[in-house]
Design a binder for this molecule. Structure first.
Ligand code: NDP
Length: 456
């Protein structure tokens, strides 16, 4: 039998790769992990975690404004350098934890860019290692549209490290990163324009969610431009930027301090040597895998954003654990991608699980829809004019709740609990049989009574 240096070589120490490494090592496998940047990957170093810290920071503005109605007198000022320094300290702490996790699992960490020489050989810094199995978990990177002056724009990678808070920001893209960073910059005091090329932000989400969030952003003072394209960016002598945007054929120039591309992410497969090793890659650069995350080369697997399935950290973690269990735990485990809850940490945030109304209307013969909008109790004293949306989508024949959606404070926290019920296939009657927790926003999910048929 061929002797390999390792049983599993993981390329990429992000959420998916590290979980696969730890689970595999737990089954007794000899594991190595290569990381070109910092252990922790996108989520920990330049994604979910630092983003959410900045979202907390931004939300203090509204909290401080509302505090007056509750009897508080505040005189607050904000320091971006303090926020970034504290965030950096926390991220460094988490990076250390990732290193420790790998070490205590007994996995070897190689810091450097790894390439595949052949399906069983990985090269890092001119040294070669052999492995029975290889796991590609290299994640993704932000896309930069090719327009004149694109080099003057930042992406989320750079947004976390800006020396100062820009006063006027144009964000291009109406997806997760666009609305999340829009909320961060706006909350911290910047004037924010979001330019989205399509008809409504958050494509793929339930239409009521999309419209509700759009209206709330506009109400808060965001300048949201729909069907709007960015054409050029120029740098002025004083360091400021001038961007030309075009809405419905009409060009307009904006004076800005920063332009941010939030135009999606692409799988990080370039230069890895995958295709030369026989691994099939799709047109977006994603590794093509089956339900066991196995590529076209049987000993090479891939998990997480590099496979472009559901680009979320908890999904990558599950996929990584499933691969390790399949390879070393003696039990094939396929990842179940149905009913994965999603959250967008916009302000207000979005929580969603299951099907949108439009998707359910295609999947089922008839659909019942229940919605409610209301002002959160917390805002009654302060008079803040922000409304929450909750929505259930029900298959009329079986009465199963097939989709649950919320826009409003704590929506991501609330939807995590609702996701258990949706995943378990519970019916509207079972939701209704659940006693409310009062006074909460979450109770609306068990007190929705006004039914309407789905819009076709
Ligand atoms: P998204 O795909 O969510 O959004 C990209 C946006 O940019 C869309 O509005 C898209 O428009 C637009 N766009 C794409 N290409 C261009 C272009 N060339 N010119 C102008 N506009 C363009 O990507 P994100 O980068 O926001 O996020 C990537 C993924 O990362 C998400 O899909 C999600 O899976 C994950 N993520 C999850 C988060 C969370 O869980 N809270 C937070 C951040 C990211 P169109 O709709 O027309 O395609």
């Amino acid at each position: 039998m061929t002797q390999f240096d390792y049983d599993l070589f993981v390329i990429g120490a992000g959420s998916g790769g590290v979980r696969a490494a730890r689970v595999a090592a737990g089954f007794g496998a000899r594991v190595a992990v290569a990381e070109a940047d910092r252990p922790g990957g996108t989520c920990v170093i330049r994604g979910c975690v630092p983003k959410k810290l900045l979202v907390y920071a931004a939300h203090f503005r509204e909290d401080l404004d509302d505090a007056a109605a509750y009897g508080w007198t505040t005189d607050a000022t904000f320091s971006w350098p303090t926020l970034i320094a504290n965030k950096d300290r926390e991220i460094a702490r988490l990076e250390d934890i990732y290193r420790t996790l790998l070490k205590s699992a007994g996995a070897s960490l190689y810091e450097g860019r790894a390439t595949l020489v052949d399906p069983h050989t990985v090269e890092i810094a001119a040294r070669r290692y052999t492995a029975r199995h290889v796991l590609v978990a290299t994640g993704g990177r932000p896309v930069r549209p090719e327009i004149p002056g694109a080099e003057f724009a930042i992406t989320s990678d750079e947004a976390f490290q800006l020396a100062e808070l820009p006063r006027r920001v144009l964000i291009v893209g109406g997806g997760y990163v666009g609305v999340e960073f829009g909320g961060i910059f706006h909350g911290l005091g910047a004037e924010v324009t979001i330019a989205y090329r399509g008809e409504q932000i958050l494509r793929g989400f339930d239409d009521d969610v999309r419209h509700h969030l759009h209206d709330e952003l506009v109400r808060k003072g965001f300048d949201v431009r729909l069907q709007c394209d960015l054409r050029t960016i120029e740098r002025r002598g004083d360091g400021s930027l001038a961007a030309t945007i075009v809405t419905a054929g009409a060009p307009q120039q904006l004076e800005l301090d920063a332009v941010m591309f939030a135009t999606g992410r692409q799988p990080d497969t370039a230069g890895l040597g995958l295709e030369a090793s026989g691994v099939r890659i799709d047109a977006n650069g994603a590794v093509i895998v089956d339900e066991y995350s196995r590529s076209s080369v049987p000993n090479i697997h891939a998990v997480g954003d590099v496979t472009n399935r559901v680009a979320l950290t908890p999904v990558a973690i599950r996929e990584g654990a499933a691969v390790a269990t399949t390879l070393f735990g003696g039990r094939p485990v396929a990842m179940d991608h149905r009913d994965v809850p999603h959250a967008v940490f916009s302000q207000p945030p979005v929580g969603t699980v299951g099907l949108s109304e439009a998707e359910a209307s295609t999947a089922y013969a008839a659909v019942d829809v229940y919605t409610a909008t209301f002002r959160p109790l917390k805002y009654t004293l302060s008079g803040r004019n922000e409304r929450t949306l909750v929505k259930l989508v029900v298959d009329a024949a079986s009465q199963r709740v097939v989709g649950a959606h919320m826009v409003g404070p704590d929506a991501p926290e609330i939807i995590q609990g609702i996701a258990i019920a949706v995943k378990a296939g519970l019916t509207k009657e079972q939701f209704d049989a659940t006693v409310a927790v009062h006074p909460t926003a979450a109770e609306e999910f068990v007190t929705l009574r006004d039914k309407r048929a789905a819009r076709r």
